[in-house]
Write a protein that binds this ligand. Structure first.
Ligand SMILES: NC(=O)c1ccc[n+]([C@@H]2O[C@H](COP(=O)([O-])OP(=O)(O)OC[C@H]3O[C@@H](n4cnc5c(N)ncnc54)[C@H](OP(=O)(O)O)[C@@H]3O)[C@@H](O)[C@H]2O)c1
Length: 325
């Protein structure tokens, strides 16, 4: 049984805490917050054994084996380094870091301290994604020609101080939600990118809307979009020579509708057991119990590839973070 502790008490920390009880090999024992009140409130809410009024205090304790980093992007690196140096394994929220340079430092620290480190790309582990990968590998869609993925949402007028809107926080739609489309495209088309064209609408130095077109050496093309001020249906598709899969909530689907060119139809359903996070938590347990320092699925190279791609997209759309200097 691995003992987990959460760093942060926000939105995603809650989602993680709700999922972990569905994982037989994991137990959530602790939470750390910048404030005692929030730590204790979260502790009570989930019936945890321990709460800490600083991230450092949880790092120095010996009550956890794995730290889950659930703070805004720009704190992923310092919190991860803090936990690794205190000999804790780490599951770090996406994006692992605001750029490739930071992530390289984080992986080097994991190696030096001989601890497991993985980016929390939970969507890769849900049954719907695995079924989609099997569908494509089976050849039922034929040769994959085109991928689409829109992940766009709208923050409201009274959310303008949100950390995702601040350039110093690694803000913008690309790192927040565009990352899912890039992951999705890589899962199916791989790494052989031929061209990458990005267009964006900027707002106070961050990308509020980004569109990316990728072409691949084997002939495939991906159309991806992300937004923080524009609500669109969260939708993706995989188009092959023998059929098209239409995918609501494309990067972590529970339902996929397929129209084959021969006129037949198929619906794949793959509901989550809890909220979808349970599969990545089980994967982390499996890796650590096998003595691995890296996931064989969301590998170091995978995370670095996507960050490098996002660095290059940001260059095209003129989004520069202080962390890039
Ligand atoms: N995997 C997913 O589906 C998914 C979904 C949403 C977000 N995320 C990722 O999870 C991370 C956190 O997002 P979130 O939506 O949970 O954010 P959130 O609701 O704002 O919570 C972030 C938490 O981080 C801590 N924190 C430390 N320094 C902070 C600062 N200067 N400003 C604000 N909060 C600070 C706070 O906890 P304390 O005050 O208790 O210390 C806060 O509750 C982001 O990197 C995001 O990309 C992932």
């Amino acid at each position: 049984m691995l003992r987990f502790g959460i760093v942060g008490t926000g939105n995603i920390a809650h989602r993680f805490a709700r999922a972990i009880s569905f994982v037989p090999d994991a137990k959530l024992v602790a939470v750390a917050s910048r404030t005692k009140e929030k730590a204790e409130f979260f502790q009570k809410e989930f019936g945890l054994c321990y709460s800490f009024d600083s991230y450092e205090a949880m790092a120095q304790s010996d009550v956890i084996d794995v730290a889950y980093i659930a703070v805004p992007h720009q704190f992923h690196k310092p919190c991860t380094l803090l936990m690794l140096k205190s000999k804790k394994h780490v599951l770090c929220e996406k994006p692992m870091a605001v750029n490739e340079k930071e992530a390289l430092e984080m992986f080097a620290c994991a190696k030096e301290n001989q601890r497991f480190l993985m980016e929390a790309m939970w969507a890769r582990f849900v049954p719907g994604t695995i079924k989609l990968l099997e569908l494509v590998q089976s050849g039922k869609l034929g040769t994959l020609q085109e991928i689409g993925g829109d992940f766009c949402y709208a923050l409201s007028e009274n959310q303008l101080s949100h950390h995702v809107l601040k350039v110093e926080n690694g803000g913008g739609s690309l790192l927040d939600v565009g990352i899912y489309g890039l992951n999705f495209s890589k899962w199916f088309f791989g790494e052989t990118v031929k061209t990458m064209d990005a267009k964006a609408t900027l707002w106070k130095g961050i990308d509020s809307y980004t569109e990316v077109s990728l072409t691949y050496k084997e002939g495939g093309i991906s159309h991806l979009s992300s937004a923080v001020f524009l609500d669109k249906p969260n939708f993706g598709y995989l188009k092959g020579t023998k059929g098209k899969a239409s995918i609501p909530h494309f990067y972590a689907p529970e339902t996929v509708n397929i129209d084959y060119v021969d006129g037949t139809h198929e619906t794949i359903t793959a509901p989550y057991k809890a909220n979808g996070f349970e599969y990545q938590i089980q994967h982390v347990c499996d890796c650590i119990q096998q003595g691995l320092l890296e996931s064989p699925v969301i590998t170091k190279e995978h995370t670095l590839f996507i960050l490098k791609q996002m660095d290059a997209i940001r260059k095209q759309i003129h989004v520069h973070y202080p962390q890039d200097d």
